[in-house]
Structures are given as structure tokens and as C-alpha cells.
Design a protein around this ligand. Structure first.
Ligand code: ZN
Length: 232
């Protein structure tokens, strides 16, 4: 099966699809404003969720430290109670004081972290509620917009189906190469040859290469930009 016509058809399909996507992405001002706001809320949400996650990790570590310090403190208290000799008593009190101080040193920043995590949770809930409200507004207006652009929506559905069908006819390697070129060559995987030059990069083709292309025995790529060449 000759692949070149399929590739050309696929490129044309994607070109058309791109213009339709552009039309459908060109939102009216009210929708565009909502879209911008939604994106900003999503970004804020991600940032806050990250901060919350980090606070939670720290809380977990410090809670373990606090539990260990608590045990130390209890041990010192028990030791104090068991001390009967006055000479050991002062040392035991000092030990307990020290353990209490150490525990407080862990407890204070832990409390601050917990307060911070609670504030972040509240902020996230507020963001989510605002986002949900705006999203509902956006969806409603967007549905109207899509209804007004019914022709483009229908065309997009058809073009996507055509793209899938055409790609199904391509061997895996060819499909991969095509998409790699699309990505790396501004959406143009193919280039016509005009006046002996590739229209993709304007480089003149070598004579034998041009003859090979005319004989069209195999798919040839531009030696300069690697786009798949065809003669219009
Ligand atoms: Zn080229």
C-alpha cells in the first residue's frame, strides 16, 4: 500500500483540525476571563496542596520526635519519684527540667505547623468552593458557545475520526516518525517540492535525490529538515 497519499491526507486532516481547534479555543471575553480565573485558582490550589503536604510530612516527623521526648520526660519523672536520697534528688530534678524543656522545644513549632496546616486546609476548601462555582458558570456559558459553533464541533468529531482511521493504516514506525516531525517541525510533517527545493526549509534537493523522488519508489525525507517530501 502506498503510504504517501495517506500521509498527505493525514497532514491535511490535521491542518484543518488545527484551524477548527483554534476557532473553538478563541473564547469570547466573558468566557476567556472565567477560564483565566479558573486556571489561576487551579494553580493556587496546587501550590497550597503542596504546602499542606509538606506541612503534614513535617508534622508526622515532629510528632514522632514529640512522642520520644514525652517518653524521656516520663522516664525522668519516674526516676525523680523513685529517688529517696537527697544527693540524687537535685540531679533528678535538673534532669526532669531538661527533659521538659526539650519536649517544649519540639511541641511549640509542631503546634505552629498544625495551625498552618489547618489554615491551608481552610484555604483549600475555600478555593475549591470558588472554583466549583466558577466552573459551573464556565460550563454553562461554554455549552452555549459550543452550540453556536455546532458546525465546527461536528467537523472536529469527523476529522478526529478520520485521523484515527488514517493513522490505523500506517505502520507503527511511520506513525511515530510522522508525529515526531509534527512536534519538531511546527506541525508540518510533510513538505511539497517546488522548483527543486523543499518548501519546508527552502533547501535545494540534490539532482539524484530529485530523480528518486520523481520515480516515487519509496518515501523520501528532506535531507535538511527531515520532512517527508512529495511532488505536488
Ligand atoms: Zn526541508
Amino acid at each position: 500500500m502506498d503510504l504517501l497519499p495517506i500521509l498527505r491526507d493525514l497532514q491535511a486532516t490535521l491542518d484543518y483540525l488545527r484551524t477548527i481547534e483554534r476557532d473553538l479555543a478563541a473564547l469570547p471575553p466573558d468566557l476567556a476571563a472565567l477560564d483565566t480565573r479558573l486556571k489561576s485558582l487551579a494553580k493556587q490550589g496546587t501550590d497550597k496542596a503542596k504546602a499542606l503536604e509538606s506541612a503534614r510530612v513535617q508534622i508526622q516527623t515532629r510528632s514522632k520526635d514529640l512522642a520520644a521526648a514525652q517518653k524521656e520526660e516520663e522516664r525522668a519523672r519516674t526516676a525523680l519519684k523513685a529517688t529517696s536520697q537527697k544527693v540524687h534528688y537535685t540531679a533528678a530534678i535538673r534532669e526532669l527540667d531538661e527533659k521538659e524543656r526539650q519536649k517544649a522545644q519540639i511541641a511549640k513549632p509542631l503546634k505552629a505547623l498544625e495551625t498552618q496546616a489547618e489554615a491551608l486546609e481552610a484555604a483549600l476548601a475555600a478555593l475549591e468552593s470558588e472554583r466549583a462555582g466558577l466552573q459551573a458558570q464556565f460550563d454553562e456559558l461554554h455549552a452555549v458557545f459550543l452550540e453556536e459553533h455546532g458546525n465546527q464541533v461536528a467537523a472536529r468529531t469527523q476529522l478526529l475520526a478520520k485521523q484515527a482511521e488514517l493513522e490505523a493504516h500506517l505502520p507503527e514506525a511511520e506513525r511515530t516518525r510522522f508525529h515526531r516531525l509534527l512536534g519538531g517541525r511546527q506541525g508540518k510533517a510533510l513538505a511539497a517540492v517546488e522548483n527543486g527545493a523543499c518548501t519546508g526549509c527552502r533547501v535545494k534537493l540534490r539532482g539524484p535525490y530529485l530523480s528518486a523522488l520523481r520515480e516515487a519508489k519509496e518515501i523520501l525525507a528532506c535531507e535538511s529538515c527531515q520532512r517527508i517530501l512529495f511532488l505536488p
